[in-house]
Design a binder for this molecule. Sequence first.
Ligand code: PMV
Length: 308
Amino acid sequence: HAEPLATGHGKVILLGEHAVVYGSHAIAAPVPLAIEARVKEAHEGVSLIIPRWGVEQRLESQAEQRRSFDRPIGMILEKLGLAERPMLIEVFPQIPRAMGLGSSAALAVAVIRALDEHFKLGLSDDELNDLAYECEKVAHGTPSGIDNTIATFGRFLLYRMGEPPVKRQLSVPAPIPLVIGMSGVESLTAKMVARVRAAWEKSPGLYEGIFEQIDSLTLQGVKAIESYDLEQLGELMNICQGLLNALQVSSWEVEELIQVARNNGALGAKLTGGGGGGSMIALCPESPERVVNAMQEAGYQAMEVTIG
Ligand code: PMV
């Protein structure tokens, strides 16, 4: 019989990306897009199939693994003592890859959960989150842990590195309507994080000032969200985008999407995630369809979601 599907949530960061890597706060929420996975018995070897992404491969030994999505999985199998167990890992993503929506963390969480269910490992959510964090390190160097935390717990959170993951869950009086615009350019989170790091190493004072401003507007964002002051939230998102521009992590396509959103009634618009491509979000309580249509007319993929 077929095993049930295990889930890892995709996410958007509302405020605070990049600065979160340096100890600032960030606000992130799960989106109704996930990655699902299941593990089945096999006769020999470990195979990974992701039909939607055209991936069908046999996982070789750790040393021979090169591709980004099987390297973390190989590491997990070793850590869980499952490297010698034959199995078929099937992955069903609803999240586009490398669009700043947390697909790598969601994939890791879905696969670890599927392993946990199939082999009855009894992992707690905290253990699962820690393992997914190890995967994120393999995937992009110095992650803050925000992606794996949302992928694991699927909650709307104020996140800060080094604090318990679900210390501060946000409550909203009503769902917050967003439009996600996808640039179609694969985001290079590792590269963007490395660029910010290089700039910070050269002029720490200059960049720490920016991180502090992002931290401050993220904390103001908590108040705006919990009091459902969407105008204020939109303004904070716009200012945050200005600071992300100062960090030079935006891109031509993302800027176009932001202008399209603002011209069509969005209260705020900014990139989400690592930048350098990937996705942007627009806060659209009035006319989300108009924003989606305008983005599509400009040649981009876009969708309405609600968070909270
Ligand atoms: O691009 P994504 O969805 O992986 O988001 C990365 C968020 C950063 O703050 C840029 C990095 C991190 O690890 O927090």
